[in-house]
Design a binder for this molecule. Sequence first.
Ligand code: UT7
Length: 316
Amino acid sequence: MNGIKLIATGSALPGRAVTNDELTKIVDTSDEWISTRTGIRSRRWCAGGESHTSLCLAAARQALERAGAKPAEVGVCLVATLTPDFLTPAAACVLQKELGLPEDTVCFDLNAACSGFVYALHTAQCLLSAAPRKLGLVLGAEVLSRVTDFTDRGTCVLFGDGAGAAVVEWRADYPSLHAVLGCRGNDEALFIPGVHTGGEPHIHMDGQAVFRFAVEALPRCVRQVLDRAGLGLEDVDRFVFHQANQRIIDFAVKKLGADPARCTGNIARTGNTSAASVPLLLDELVSAGELRSGQRALCVGFGGGLTWAGALLEMA
Ligand code: UT7
């Protein structure tokens, strides 16, 4: 068997925290509605000189430093995102330049919305098996405040900005991620028009339709990953679920019969950061010592596409 393990993580959140009370000045909402319907209490939005690039760079540098790895050791660099600074060059190409990654590093961005980071982990595992250097730099990063419709109270209270990074290593004796990836093409439940599509370049979402999809996809993904790995819920040290809505997570935890203490998240402070959500939470858990060497995290993303992705990631 061959696969990847997590060596180190990093993260970057913008300096500006926006509370629910602050949002009541923009749209007709309340702290009570937002916190009880979603679990969100505040989120971070980029301001001043902060950008997708600055968040990616900070998160990537921190992860490399904590891994004790040099840029010259990286063979694959992937950024999962739907809000890069440029359509081209890719955010991963900007990282290649700024970090000084070798020119034969495979660098590209990947858009699988909120499932993007887990899609990218699996893609990195596949690419690293054939790469000359076995370290991968995998990021999930978003500046969703850029594509938020601040007149739509149904969406603008949900989203936040941030970047999370992971340094992973491929080895022939490391376990597979046992990844489960999927897509059910749907351009109505959740979409952002492209620059040439016409229409407002904002997040459009049928919240209830996505909610129904999410509460079915999340527990199904967990079960499928565990089946592939031949493991049970008790073999997982931490569940790292996309932070879309606390109610979605609570529903899935109950349906699965998982230990809620192993499923805690950070949505109260970050909001929904799409592709950044899983790596931001991973970094919080690793930094807090809640995910340690030899332990397993079952990561699941779900969202726009509609897409879903689950993978079992072990800490080196
Ligand atoms: O990242 C992956 C993709 N995204 C998701 O997974 C999100 C999935 N969906 C959700 O999390 C939830 O559907 C939302 C949080 C988006 C919405 O919660 P909901 O419980 O489904 O609310 P709703 O859309 O059914 O709206 C219920 C009521 C409506 O009022 P009426 O028609 O009942 O009078 C809305 O107008 O709540 C109203 N409402 C609000 N009220 C105060 C909607 N947004 C707000 C708001 N503040 N911000």
